[in-house]
Design a protein around this ligand. Sequence first.
Ligand code: 13P
Length: 247
Amino acid sequence: MRKPIIVGNWKMNKTIAEAVAFIRAVDPKVSESATWGVATPYLALEKSKAEAKNLIIAAENVHFKDSGAYTGEVSVEMLKEIGIEWVILGHSERRQYFGETDETVNAKTIQVLSHGLTPIVCVGETLDQFEAGITENVVREQTKAAFKDVHASCMERVVIAYEPVWAIGTGKTATNEIAQNVCAMIRDQVSQMFGQEVADKVRIQYGGSVKPEGLKALLEQPDIDGALVGGASLKEDSYVAMVENLG
Ligand code: 13P
């Protein structure tokens, strides 16, 4: 019922030329089995979008205001002008290094949805929180905060990415069982807020040291509808290996 969605998050990697070369090589190889995409640095978005026929191209962040005195920021309107329809919001690296909070993630989610774009909203606990056994509380609160005041009719198209911070770039993947349990809990939280019908439509990704060979088994979990992939999305052969693994 829910089409899988696999998005590479390139973070601060790839020049425009490198992005274009990647998309030329990979775009013809992605299958109908899933929605496939990459999130690129701002500068590479326009040419990546022009090059991509199959891959969706996402921004990695956006500001919550329409315009104004916000040096260094990019607005939704600017993304729309170059045809960008997808945005990652609230990635843990933005929360950790750039002062992103539950409140700004919420403001950005509302801004993105009200302009017709689709957010991929990231939630996830830190290692300390995981070890303290408070994952459920942390992730439920992040989910509640991110979608506060969002209209149920917009909610159906939202993608949520569960990314345990301790699994990002560390090589430590959450077991499929842990990932499934937390993704089910996120869906339950969405159901509490927006009803089961909406919750059944929301796609939930897992992210954190995803490798091509583990993708299929991950997506066999009932509440995991995709992956947000860092390192393994950067090399063409590794991305194509994900496509092949999914079949
Ligand atoms: P890695 O796949 O490199 O662990 O990164 C995950 C991530 O942060 C995707 O957004």
